[in-house]
Design a binder for this molecule. Sequence first.
Ligand SMILES: [Zn+2]
Length: 62
Amino acid sequence: MPIYEYKCKNCGKEFEKLVPMSSDKNPECPQCSSVDVIKKISMTASNTSGCTTCSSSSCSST
Ligand SMILES: [Zn+2]
């Protein structure tokens, strides 16, 4: 089961959530309960900062 990173477009909160492959619905923001969130794929649960593409904290491509 993949872990996805989301960023809330309403309040800017970033969070991660385990989502079943069959699910294509956006989760609610844990901070403001908005479902207007951007999905960013992430394969690790611990990589919560830095670049999500190259896993470097010094990369600012995101
Ligand atoms: Zn929010």
